[in-house]
Design a protein around this ligand. Structure first.
Ligand code: ASP
Length: 444
């Protein structure tokens, strides 16, 4: 019987009532043996995450300022959870150790890691599960890069013979024994690594939304949840800013062929989103919509270059791209015509070298016309089914035409996994709504 690894985010463990929901979820399935908690997150929108409170303590400690009051607030949060759950447990000793350590060595990663560490202790105690310190099993090199093979070995040997375990997310230790965290949101990564190490049947990532949405709910009212998405599709959407999961959480499970299920702690009855491998067998899947998701991002510029007979000039593109290279710029898209070429790039990155780039291009290729257009948004329509469906692109453009939105750029990759279009930033929300209507509402 393969096991399940379950990770709970900060809002899922923000207070005692959330702890009760989490315990009920874990206890309702005996396969949920390995649990990875975040630190307590926000209970309401103006609340402060324990991780942020810990960073603050560390900052104060580093400046030699008394941080005992700030640390006491953190202790109160844990004590509140402990007493409301009616547990017989004291973290006093732990807090004394943390205070002493921060006074001696105010290390940021150590400070931040204590949020997960303490929450792991409380949750393990509440569930009656074993506590396994992530510092014993998640191993980084001295530069802070994860050592996956060593980590997997350490996890396996530590978990051997244990029926269950709570392993705090977000941190581990370097080969020199120094506590090190992942970047923010990194408990997702811990969960993925543990799933890989125990060859879990599934990695359940419990959060406060019922999965990935087809479109941004701030733009489309009450959008559908994506039922199934491939890693590749997810990467396309995540790149465009749709974020639920830490980017580095994909690799450890993907390489082991383990699906991720995004679930909602507050609505455990929802199936959530299943993230599956690119070669997943979809033959039994209900057909669903042509597209999987739509995402857009503002803040792009295009460099438009025109020169008669450009197509005959050998090395034209190379010279232009060399200018970008020399100025340390990467680009997103480069559609071209016979006498024109336009390059889309991130406005913020272009900004510091804007004039130099223009001057360099002028010098290198002597264009007839050269300009930069700002205020461009890029929109990606992503879907694995597009490849076998005729007319997808036509429908995207029909949607734009009906809304009188000018399409400034078109790009369809050879994978036929997505269609990228560029529009004015102010047209982006309407463009997304129209495409949602065209593919989701009208296919219902
Ligand atoms: N608690 C950490 C953060 O706030 C890590 C996590 O929640 O995944 O970033």
């Amino acid at each position: 019987m393969a096991d399940k690894v379950v990770k709970f985010g900060g809002s899922s463990l923000a207070d005692a009532s959330q702890f009760r929901k989490v315990a009920a979820i874990i206890k309702s399935d005996e396969k949920r043996k390995y649990v990875v908690p975040s630190a307590p997150g926000k209970r309401f929108s103006e609340d402060i995450k324990v991780t942020d409170m810990l960073y603050k303590c560390c900052e104060l400690a580093g400046s030699g300022i008394d941080f005992s009051e700030d640390l006491a607030k953190i202790r109160d949060r844990y004590n509140g959870i402990i007493s409301e759950l009616g547990m017989d447990m004291s973290l006093d000793q732990e807090f004394q150790t943390i205070e002493a350590e921060l006074k001696k060595r105010p290390a940021k990663d150590f400070a931040a890691s204590r949020g997960e560490y303490l929450n792991g202790k409380v949750l393990a105690n509440y569930l009656g599960y074993n506590f396994v310190d992530a510092a014993d099993v998640i191993i980084f090199d001295t530069k802070g890069a994860l050592l996956l093979d060593e980590t997997v070995k350490a996890v396996r040997s530590r978990l051997k013979g244990l029926d269950n375990a709570v392993i705090p997310g977000f941190y581990g230790r370097t080969t020199e024994g120094v506590i090190k965290t992942f970047s923010r949101g990194g408990s997702d990564v811990t969960g993925s690594i543990i799933a890989n190490a125990v060859r879990a049947e599934i990695y359940e990532n419990w959060t406060d939304v019922s999965g990935f949405l087809v479109a941004d709910p701030r733009i489309v009212q009450d959008p559908d949840v994506i039922e199934v998405i491939t890693y590749r599709e997810l990467r396309e959407l995540a790149y465009m800013g749709a974020s639920v999961l830490h980017e580095d959480a994909i690799f450890p499970v993907r390489s082991a062929g383990i699906p991720i299920n995004i679930r909602n702690t507050n609505r455990p009855e929802d199936a959530g989103t299943m993230i599956v491998s690119n070669d997943h067998d979809f033959s039994r899947e209900s057909l669903g919509h042509t597209i999987t998701g739509i995402a857009g991002k503002k803040g792009f510029s295009t460099i438009n270059i025109e020169k008669a007979m450009m197509n005959n000039e050998i090395g034209f593109g190379m010279k232009v791209l060399k200018v970008l290279y020399d100025n340390g710029l990467s680009f997103e898209h480069m559609p071209s015509g016979i006498d024109t070429m336009s390059i889309t790039l991130d406005t913020a990155k272009l900004e510091p070298v804007r004039d130099k780039v223009l001057a360099d291009i002028r010098r290198e290729v002597k264009p007839d016309h050269l300009e930069i257009e700002d205020g461009i948004a890029i929109l990606a329509v992503v879907g694995r089914r597009m490849k076998n469906t005729r007319g997808t692109v036509a429908r995207v453009f029909a949607a734009m035409a009906h809304a009188r939105i000018n399409v400034k750029l078109i790009d369809q990759g050879s994978s036929e996994l997505n269609v990228i279009i560029g529009v004015s930033e102010h047209d982006l929300p309407e463009a997304i709504r129209r495409i949602y209507d065209m593919f989701i509402n009208s296919e219902k």
